[in-house]
Design a protein around this ligand. Sequence first.
Ligand SMILES: *[C@@H]1O[C@H](CO)[C@@H](O)[C@H](O)[C@H]1NC(C)=O
Ligand SMILES: *[C@@H]1O[C@H](CO)[C@@H](O)[C@H](O)[C@H]1NC(C)=O
Ligand SMILES: *[C@@H]1O[C@H](CO)[C@@H](O)[C@H](O)[C@H]1NC(C)=O
Length: 436
Amino acid sequence: MALSYYYIFPFYCFLLITTISTNNTLAKTTFHPKTLFLAVKKDPISLQHISEIQQRTPLVPLKLSIHLAGDSVWVDCEKGYNSSSYKAAHCKSSQCKLASTTLCGDCLVGLVERGPGCNKDGCYNTIENPLVQILTRGEIARDVLTIKSISGSFVGPVATIPNYIFSCAGSYVTQDLGKDVKGTIGFGHQSAVSLPVQLASAFKFTRKFAICLSSSTERNGIIFIGNSPYLFNGGFNASRDLIYTPILTSPYDVVRDKKISEYYITVSSISINGKNVPINKTLLSLEKQGGTSISTGLPYTMLASSIYKAVTEAFVNEMPKEVRSVAPVEPFTTCFNSRDIGMSRLGFNAPEINIGLHKKNMHWTITGANSLVKVNEDAVCLAFVERLTRDWGEAIIIGTYQMQDNLVEFDISRRRIGFSNSLFFRQTMCSNQNYT
Ligand SMILES: *[C@@H]1O[C@H](CO)[C@@H](O)[C@H](O)[C@H]1NC(C)=O
Ligand SMILES: *[C@@H]1O[C@H](CO)[C@@H](O)[C@H](O)[C@H]1NC(C)=O
Ligand SMILES: *[C@@H]1O[C@H](CO)[C@@H](O)[C@H](O)[C@H]1NC(C)=O
């Protein structure tokens, strides 16, 4: 177990380290939905996408931020956790095993168990706040969780999981996630207790989910969990449009002591208006410590400096000559006079960006709605940011602005990701469904 400097143990005290193995028992339920869903809303300040889940007895609505690469649902158990159905997991139990915990121990504050998040003989998994890069430990516990289901084009009954396995965190881990946000929902593929994997196991449906983020902070987007199709108003079936690329094998992470739950894909090229942007291919390779991942924590796609420079240069060259440049507005460097840019049903008129995937002629298309952002009355900026904090790691991290009003399916069972392209091509958008 490698502990890096940014592990912090605020009130936990680990007495023993044990290897754990027992058999596997998950939630038992009576109602068997095929698809569940979450409404998602963008927080205007943190720009995080926030959802709500009901948990505990009596049920409490909890605002949680979406964390694509997270291994579990974690919530603040330090403040206001009051539930008659809360059960801490005991070391060597099946819940500890499922959550891939490697640490067991007693948590005592002044010789007494504190309650939720701090018990005797508990087990702990790694949890993180992706925004402030806190990596710490959460106590594994079980409690009631409910989530709404889908029945055809309508909202179905609420599904209840009596013994949903989650992690308990200290209040400080929630910092910067957004107003009243009490934790995160992990959608990671290398964990048996991430939300889609645990729900699939409880309800015997496909390990699959699809994210459709709304571009508006007023109207909700949706995350479908379980079986497709993904139906929008007017009978549009987004399952038909998906272009698939494989989820790459995760590297082993020494800090987390496990395989990373991050979703890595192959990006082989970037072209703008059909012209290839010159990119150093080493940066695009995951094996060579570069590569591409998808993140729900980043509001705008982040590019390694040399890629960022090449993309902005090519984009400016392809912009019509009458569009004037204006002073940059942080965090962007390339901005245009908003009066010079027209609009169409695909958003701002902008050069088309094609992200080449694992096969030739297979690409994800980014149009003006996802490549340009209006920052004030006068300026519209290229909605990509330069990776300035480090010069290693993923060269491309796809952020949420580029995913808005696209449906992106994460099929964990078949190890592939499907992109719909902008739903504006289909005269619809992520908020244009009956469910949220
Ligand atoms: C916790 O819940 C119980 C019963 O549901 C209630 O009687 C009690 O007042 C609650 N305590 C707090 C601190 O909310
Ligand atoms: C939606 O499209 C998928 C993929 O083409 C198809 O298998 C499914 O039957 C369609 N469902 C509906 C309800 O139209
Ligand atoms: C490409 O990137 C790699 C990794 O950053 C670097 O070592 C190499 O020198 C670069 N090649 C060129 C031609 O710039």
